[in-house]
Write a protein that binds this ligand. Structure first.
Ligand code: FAD
Ligand code: AMP
Length: 482
């Protein structure tokens, strides 16, 4: 680097505050676009070590998937292997090793971000960032040292934090948030989960498969109320079969730690009910996190729910200040934040950048997996648009049967008039991988006929989408056309 005055060293084209899956891709793309970039992140892990990657890599997507994979393997030894003709006399669970493996994966991934920054030329700054007027950023390092930085553009990517219930305040190790539930050192005998959302179901599944008795309390009367209800019903049936005790219409009103137990009180609409568990996970959603992010003169407005207000291109109310990821409106998903980061970095560089918010996939990594993109059948009905529906059950898939995982279905909803695919809903093996084809199809405004005429390898799980598309016009080959 050429000799620079300290003033120049503190001046950037782009400063990104937040190094999670929204912020770090924004920083990398901005650097790829030839800009001088710094990325500030304050995350510290439980051992006090700073790490890039935010919630997703340190306490969300990645550690949860590591434990889901380990627990799923154990579950399969118990429930699937015998059908394959494999007898295992004594499979046992070593939670310490599972946790060690999880931590190694997390460490590798978060250190990978530093390597990516180095390769792209992004300056990593570990500590707190606060935006002031005039796009000045006050940086306080973890060692307490302060620097005043300036940028042409600032990207806010401060993420989200778990919502705490007043009626069930966090009290580790008994009443914990999702991060706490990813770090249990042993399998709780009785586990309560408040909230049957994505996170509650995934964490409940992990500990259920490892042997815990799991009760999930959900205030709403419908399971996965935001999903296609045919999909939700099928998923509920399978999750219940695995022993997850999911109680709908159960609103928690109190949780009290008593010795080593937690007493939970909830109303089921008729009467007050009680439940005693050893550990309680509160998974009732997340809220935008903007603590100490904005100085009074920053010019950045929040909306009434605490999200940073942005337009469709993630511009805030302050000129040349952008905001992306969980701290702005839209689904709280890592891939949504990543694409917003890339869009913003490209727009800053004067390039094209758009997000198609209608085509963002959702995945729940239970077994079977649950995945969808586009509109639900309920939403299409409500819109009044005439539609056609095609379903293919995995029971008719040779590959799913060979895998001993012939559960669930793929469902495609297409417009009656022009046959455009409006929504795809899959519950079944590797649904989270299969949905990618549907996302691509919808991104290209494909019709069900486009999928019908696309050759799918045999025997694959992906054939379920092909056959569901054929079933839209009642021309499926491998299932009855109903
Ligand atoms: P975050 O990941 O929260 O990152 C924000 C970063 O900014 C943090 O490191 C924070 O410390 C830092 N920061 C905040 N303020 C400042 C400041 N002022 N100065 C410096 N640094 C600051 N999503 C999926 O898509 N798929 C999944 O499978 C999935 N699984 C999940 C499982 C769990 C248990 C949880 C909790 C979440 C899961 N999510 C999943 C959601 C996903 O983690 C979030 O959508 C994603 O992390 C949001 O990215 P982000 O960059 O906006 O925010
Ligand atoms: P998500 O926002 O997808 O993580 O889901 C959180 C879930 O928690 C939602 O389905 C809420 O209905 C549910 N929830 C919120 N508060 C309570 C409560 N007091 N008791 C039971 N469930 C709750």
């Amino acid at each position: 680097m050429p000799n620079e005055s300290p003033a120049n060293a503190d001046r950037f084209d782009v400063i990104v505050i937040g190094g999670g899956p929204a912020g770090y891709p924004a920083a990398i793309r901005a650097a790829q676009n030839g800009l001088r970039v710094a990325c500030i992140d304050e995350w510290k892990n439980r051992d006090g070590s700073p790490a890039f990657g935010g919630t997703c890599l340190n306490a969300g997507c990645i550690p949860s998937k590591a434990l889901l994979e380990s627990s799923e393997l154990y579950y399969r030894t118990q429930h699937e292997f015998a059908a394959h003709g494999i007898r295992i006399s004594a499979a046992t669970v070593d939670v310490a090793q599972m946790q060690k493996r999880k931590s190694t994966i997390v460490r590798g991934m978060t250190q990978g971000i530093l390597a990516l920054f180095k390769g792209a030329g992004v300056t990593p700054l570990q500590g707190h960032g606060q935006l002031h007027g005039g796009k000045r950023v006050e940086f306080t390092g973890h060692d307490g040292a302060r620097r005043s930085l300036a940028a042409q553009h600032v990207v806010l990517a401060s993420g989200s934090a778990p919502i705490e219930l007043r009626t069930a305040a966090f009290r580790a190790p008994h009443i914990v948030d999702s991060w706490g539930a990813l770090d249990f050192p042993a399998v709780p005998r009785r586990l309560g989960v408040i909230g049957a959302g994505v996170i509650g179901l995934e964490l409940g599944s992990v500990w259920r498969r490892l042997g815990a008795e799991v009760v999930v309390l959900e205030a709403l009367p419908d399971f996965l109320a935001f999903a296609d209800q045919q999909l939700a019903k099928e998923a509920l049936r399978h999750l219940k079969k695995q022993g997850l005790d999911i109680r709908l219409g159960a609103k928690v009103s109190a949780a009290t730690v008593r010795g080593e137990e937690v007493d939970v009180t909830y109303s089921d609409g008729r009467a007050e009910q009680r439940l005693t568990v050893d550990r309680l996970v509160v998974a009732v959603g997340r809220r935008p996190y903007t603590q100490d992010l904005l100085a009074g003169d920053s010019g950045v407005d929040l909306d009434e729910r605490g999200f940073i207000s942005v337009d469709e291109h993630c511009r805030t109310t302050a000129a040349e200040v952008w905001a992306i990821g969980d701290c702005v409106r839209g689904p709280m998903l890592a891939h949504k934040g990543k694409e917003e980061g890339v869009m913003v970095a490209d727009r800053i560089a004067g390039r094209f950048g758009e997000i198609n918010y209608q085509v963002i996939p959702s995945v729940i990594y239970t077994a079977p997996e649950i995945a969808w993109v586009g509109l639900t059948e309920e939403q299409i009905k409500a819109s009044g648009r005439a539609y056609k529906s095609g379903i293919f059950p995995f029971a008719a898939s040779g590959r799913a049967r060979a895998m001993e995982q012939a559960q669930g279905f793929a469902k495609i909803l297409a417009a009656k008039d022009d046959d455009q695919i409006l929504g795809v809903h899959i519950v079944g093996p590797l649904a989270g991988e299969l949905i990618a084809e549907a996302v691509l199809a919808m991104e290209y405004s494909a019709s069900s006929e486009d999928l019908q005429r696309t050759i799918h390898a045999h025997p694959t799980l992906a054939e379920a989408l092909h056959e569901a598309a054929l079933n839209v016009d009642k021309r499926a080959i491998d299932t009855l056309n109903r």
